[in-house]
Design a protein around this ligand. Structure first.
Ligand code: NOJ
Length: 904
């Protein structure tokens, strides 16, 4: 490829970009280039006061005026108590000269609010409360600050250090036309230059910022996407966390530069409370964090006695829009997740196949190549569900087309895969080749579906096809039009087994500032790109999902992978962490990166297994497969310039280790699918930092290398080369843990040294849980479903255990529309293992059978186990290994969705 540049990678090697003419890191801004951030930082002298006499209670909340003491600029402060433990605080201009952008389509609806009432008024302070009155919002007048109080404890203060800074819209000093290229505007009020790019600001300075103190909290998480530790770092004297969706090929790790997607949700945790701060703003946003021992804020607290020390100070700055801040009061991690999902939606329930293994490469050459890779999986007895086609499958990078030489019979190819119950995913990017001979292009142009430049003409930028235009997915009209392009009659060569991958949707514009769209480009409604930049990929994802649902007549669940995302993207499907590198550091960082996503609602995420760029050595490849098999979205992917790396190309040892990792994933899919059902219905993340399950265990607060899969499994993938042992922290001094591969029991509350070989995948089951698996896997998830189930019951020290299993048809919306699902609870208590229905309304009939049960931690067996089921009472075959404290019940042949009881 022409003009390839080399960049230094973290590991000291060099990384060649795939972007033509790439300037490398240099093309991205660092904080000193971000002028609105500098302006916000420079404005210390502002002093806002609240006019308490303007307080008005409405049916849905409260409002009052806030003004800046010197300029007298007036703002409107609105406060709502959202049902179920969330406080929303919004600040806008009282009388803007024109409306400011308000984020749309991220909240699932207008949040339901409780009636606020005045609890008391004192000089300079008013306290509002609602419901039974355990929570209060206290507004102090001069200087303005707002405290949220829970059970007499101040949890959060807004504006404690007087950082509120709201740039109100002004009329331009003179018409734009007289702003000359060479004119100085060092503060970047109306225009600013970055490299060769000039940004003309139609609305002038419009940034907003405020600070918050999170009292008693010193561990803060979230704010993806950054290639950094799970626990966020103190940014004093260094770069803030930047939320600005960018295409950063081979991103450096341990950095806070914005990557492909953003979720402006921060989650703070301490042993007795978890708190969320959701900043609903889609423009470029910077977040500074300072962990500190408590210093009294400049304003002085209104509730002095209850201040806790230490605290975290957080300061948010966004380039435009409004302040719209949701404080999710928890108090448990699960409640914060649920409060957040009630606002932005729950994880879409993925079709079962998409939880299997995905085989991708940029690119599989042609139909023969696809068929031979597909056959390779069968030949080597490695299950997989989906093969992927990257940009080269198209006719010169025109999405919705096929290269007729390489893919002359796409339907036959899909039918070939369908016969094996496998799927195809093809790429579909947001840039549209500017080709006046291509009907799709001129239909989009003539239908006014493209983003415009600041002069009102269609905006052109370059990406893979060369000169391109960009669909304006922020328009619901354009989303519907684009969605309609996925109908089978329009998208020639597509079948119902074709699913979609949205890439480059930050959007990536090779010749744009920071390789993205200029901020002064214009979207429907006249909004500048600056206002909604971080939503662009979210909107494409939304449109593609709509397209796939519509093409199935609303019956089938879609699968769409997107690179860019925003808060709420979980409703659409999956995302991945973009262009990582085949080194151990990138394998390691994939864990905290995915956990950060997981706690901010984006549950279906993965990293390119093996590393996108460069060639992994066989050991790294194996370790990556083992780790990837324990992460939500599991896809092997590699760049064009890398060597082929289908799992069987590295000799028998590697093939067998990779096969085993993938097979283990398939066996465990009933458990994963149940976890996704729980994410879909109650917002519990399938993969969780340890502190989510062990909120009081402070050792877990900084752990990056271990996590929970649901509440039952603890994973600690090996992420270092050449190791013969790993250290695994098993939390909870009253917990028992069982090594999944050996059944060996360990007491919690300490660190275990576990010997490892290349085949070892450190995975532990927590005592007190039941995990469902299939006993075999076949070649894909459809075949997996033909195998019976087995339950692993791991006893807690009291001898009890509990777990759930969710079942449905795995692909349609019948679980939702016709209640065709089944939710089972398995409980072991006093020597009785029972299977009962956990949701009476579910009417799914599964023909699955339970074949066996393994009970870990069973010390003795006094009598012949028996089973009671609809078929009557029978004895159960069993094997008991007293030394391993393991009881195995076999040949059960019980209906998986029926009630039964086994007496041990
Ligand atoms: C960039 C994506 O991150 C990568 O996964 C893909 O292979 C290339 N674009 C080519 O489409």
């Amino acid at each position: 490829m022409a003009d390839i540049v080399k960049e230094k990678s973290v590991s000291g090697g060099s990384v060649e970009s795939v972007v033509p003419g790439d300037e490398g890191e240099e093309k991205f801004k660092s904080t000193h280039h971000i002028l609105f951030y500098k302006r916000q930082r420079a404005k210390h002298g502002l002093r806002y006061c609240a006019s308490l006499d303007t307080l008005a209670l409405t049916e849905r909340g409260a409002s009052l005026e806030v003004f800046e003491a010197k300029s007298k600029e007036r703002l409107l402060l609105q406060i709502w108590a959202v049902q179920n433990g969330t406080v929303r605080v919004a600040i806008d201009e009282l009388q803007p000269i024109k409306p400011r952008y308000k984020v749309v389509d991220v909240l699932v609806g207008e949040p339901r609010c409780e009636q606020l009432r005045i609890e008391w008024r004192r000089a300079g302070c008013v306290s509002l409360t609602w419901g039974p009155g355990q929570h209060q919002v206290r507004v102090s007048a001069s200087p303005f600050c707002l405290e949220v109080v829970c059970e007499e404890e101040v949890i959060v203060t807004l504006n404690p250090k007087g950082r509120l800074c709201f740039e109100t819209l002004q009329d331009p000093p003179r018409p734009y036309s007289s702003l000359h290229e060479d004119e100085e505007d060092p503060l970047g009020l109306w225009q600013e230059n970055f490299k060769q790019f000039r940004d003309i600001k139609a609305n002038g300075p419009s940034s907003v910022g405020i600070d918050l103190s999170l009292h008693g909290f010193t561990n803060v998480y979230g704010l993806p996407e950054h290639a950094d530790s799970l626990r966020l770092k103190d940014t004093s004297g260094s770069e803030p966390y930047r939320l600005y969706n960018l295409d950063v090929f081979g991103y450096k790790i341990n950095r806070r530069l914005g990557l492909y997607g953003s979720v402006p949700l921060l989650v703070a945790h301490k042993p007795d409370r978890t708190l969320g701060v959701f900043w609903l703003n889609a423009s470029e946003t910077l977040v500074d964090l300072q962990y500190s021992n408590h210093e009294e804020g400049d304003n002085g607290p209104t509730v002095k006695w209850s201040r806790l020390s230490p605290e975290t100070n957080v300061s948010w700055v966004s380039e435009s829009g409004q302040i719209d801040c949701f404080l999710l009061l928890g108090p448990s991690p699960a409640q914060v997740f649920s409060q957040y999902a009630q606002l932005t939606g729950y994880q879409a329930l993925p079709p079962l196949f998409s939880l299997g293994y995905h085989q991708c490469r940029w690119s599989y050459d042609d139909e023969e190549d696809v068929k031979s890779v597909d056959a390779g999986f069968d030949l080597h007895a490695i299950p997989y569900d989906v093969i992927w086609l990257d940009i080269d499958h198209t006719e010169r990078k025109r999405y919705f087309t096929w290269d007729s030489k390489l893919f002359p019979n796409p339907i036959d190819m899909q039918l070939h895969l369908q016969r094996k119950k496998r799927k195809l995913v093809v790429i579909n990017d947001p840039h549209i080749k500017a080709d006046p001979h291509w009907p799709f292009f001129f239909a989009a142009r003539d239908g006014h579906h493209f983003v415009n430049d600041r002069d009102g003409n269609v905006y052109y930028g370059t990406c893979w096809p060369g000169n391109s235009c960009y669909l304006d997915f922020s328009s619901s009209r354009t989303r519907s039009w684009y969605a309609s392009q996925f109908s089978f009659d329009k998208y020639k060569g597509s079948t119902e087994s074709l699913f979609v991958w949205n890439d480059m949707n930050e959007p990536s514009v090779f010749n744009g500032p920071e390789q993205t769209m200029p901020k002064d480009a214009v979207h429907c409604g006249g909004w500048e790109h600056r206002d909604l930049h971080n939503l662009y990929g979210f909107f494409q994802h939304m449109a593609t999902v709509e397209g796939l649902i519509t093409r199935s007549g609303g019956l089938e669940r879609p699968f769409v992978l997107s690179r860019s995302f925003f808060a709420g993207s979980q409703r659409m499907g999956a995302i991945w962490t973009g262009d990582n590198i085949a080194t151990w550091e990138y394998l390691k960082i994939s864990i905290p990166m995915l956990l950060s996503l997981s706690i901010t609602g984006i549950h279906f995420s993965g990293a390119d297994v093996g590393g996108f760029w460069q060639d992994p050595d066989p050991e790294l490849l194996v370790r990556w497969y083992q780790a990837g098999a324990l992460q939500p979205f599991f896809r092997g992917h590699s760049a064009k310039q890398t060597k082929r790396r289908e799992p069987w190309l590295f000799g028998d040892t590697v093939t067998s280790a990779v096969r085993s990792a993938i097979q283990q994933r398939y066996y465990l899919l009933p458990y994963w699918y149940t976890l996704f059902h729980l994410a879909h219905t109650s917002a519990l993340p399938p993969t969780r930092p340890l502190w989510v399950e062990f909120p009081k265990e402070t050792e877990t607060f900084i752990m990056d290398n271990q996590y929970m899969i649901g509440s039952a499994l603890l994973a600690c993938p090996v992420t270092d080369p050449g190791v013969t042992e790993v250290k695994v922290f098993l939390p909870g001094s009253d917990e028992l843990w069982y090594n999944v591969s050996s059944g060996e029991q360990h007491r919690g509350g300490g660190t275990l040294t576990l010997p490892v070989t290349l085949e070892t995948v450190p995975l532990f089951q927590r005592g007190g849980t039941v995990v469902s698996r299939r006993t075999g896997c076949g070649s894909c998830t459809a075949e997996l479903q033909l195998h019976p189930f087995t339950l692993t019951v791991a006893l807690a020290s009291e001898g009890n255990a509990e777990g759930m299993l969710y079942l449905d048809d795995g692909h349609s919306f019948n679980y939702r529309d016709k209640k065709q699902f089944s939710l089972r609870t398995f409980t072991l208590w006093s020597g009785r293992l029972t299977s009962s229905c956990a949701a009476e309304e579910g009417n799914f009939i599964s023909d699955g059978k339970l074949e066996s049960v393994v009970i870990l931690g069973q010390k003795k067996v006094n009598k012949q186990p028996t089973v009671n089921s609809a078929a009557g009472k029978t004895t159960v075959k069993f094997q008991f290994e007293p030394e391993q404290a393991m009881l195995k019940l076999t040949d059960l042949n019980l209906g998986i969705h029926t009630d039964w009881e086994i007496i041990i």
